[in-house]
Design a protein around this ligand. Structure first.
Ligand SMILES: Nc1ncnc2c1ncn2[C@@H]1O[C@H](COP(=O)(O)OP(=O)(O)O)[C@@H](O)[C@H]1O
Ligand SMILES: [Mg+2]
Length: 257
């Protein structure tokens, strides 16, 4: 139970990735983990789901151009240039994140992808950062990813040890999950688990079980008006839906066992 854990939360647009990521951060924090939340979605909103104030100043990693150039040997945004694949970053994290309730938040910013699976100086920085975040046991990294699968470049995916794909009762998000699983296998990331969100009934559960055969379904997160209310009030979901946190905690425990 004391191992470190690095999760990337992914899935189709609007399925609840940010909600699940925030709940996962809170659950792992309450399980005694030192949690680093990484917002890797260019349309960043994990900070609001974690209850950070509206105008926090965190400079996204990719905007630290001088730092990227200094550490990788190539300007951010350059492609085809020679740069260090394992830049030194172990002295950086403290400068780059803000902390609230024991959860530290890091913003990635928008990485301009040069192509499928691109490895650019920013990507190398991110990968090194995530690899270096875990210096102690019982540390957790939870990354909130953008929708889709194109961004699942090698850099990001190789830095984590499990993809958690959020699905909802419906075929489209499950198709996305299967594509993500294939892509993960291509880059030798075998650990992929599913969280079923917005589940309203036993029929929904049967549908999800039936259509996710061969995939590791961690559990069901019910559709809950309180989660929507929390979003409207800009509160973390666990403040209005403690039940949701309990559900995610059960799933987190399965992952850290
Ligand atoms: N289990 C749920 N019950 C009700 N509303 C939910 C649930 N999960 C997410 N939502 C709502 O759905 C919307 C999209 O969720 P979000 O986490 O931002 O998705 P994503 O990050 O995948 O785009 C938000 O308004 C959120 O409050
Ligand atoms: Mg999101």
């Amino acid at each position: 139970m004391d191992e470190s854990i690095k999760l990337a939360i992914t899935g189709k647009g609007g399925v609840g990735k940010t909600t699940v990521a925030a709940l996962m951060c809170r659950a792992l924090s309450q399980e005694g983990y030192r949690v680093v939340a990484v917002d890797a979605d260019p349309d960043a909103n994990l900070s609001s789901a974690l209850g950070f104030p509206e105008h926090i100043e965190i400079t996204p990693l990719v905007e630290m151009k001088e730092l990227i150039e200094e550490r990788t040997g190539a300007p951010a945004g350059s492609s085809g240039a020679v740069f260090k694949l394992n830049p030194k970053v172990d002295d950086l994290p403290e400068k780059l994140w803000k902390e609230r309730d024991g959860i530290r938040l890091l913003l990635m910013g928008t990485v301009q992808h040069g192509g499928h699976g691109c490895m650019c100086p920013e990507g190398a920085m991110l990968k090194s950062m995530i690899q270096n975040l875990l210096l102690f046991r019982k540390e957790a990294v939870v990354m909130d990813m953008e929708a889709g699968i194109e961004h699942l470049g090698r850099a990001t995916a190789q830095a984590v040890d499990r993809l958690v794909v959020v699905v909802e009762p419906g075929k489209r998000s499950i198709e996305t999950a299967r594509k993500i699983k294939e892509l993960a296998e291509d880059i030798h990331l075998s650990k992929v688990s599913l969280v079923a969100n917005k589940v309203r009934s036993e029929e929904d559960k049967s549908f999800l079980r039936e259509h996710t055969t061969g995939l590791d379904l961690l559990g069901f997160l019910p559709f809950d008006d309180a989660i929507m209310q929390a979003d409207m009030k800009r509160l973390p979901p666990w403040e209005l839906s403690p039940q949701a946190l309990d559900e995610i905690k059960d799933m987190a425990v399965k992952l850290i066992k």
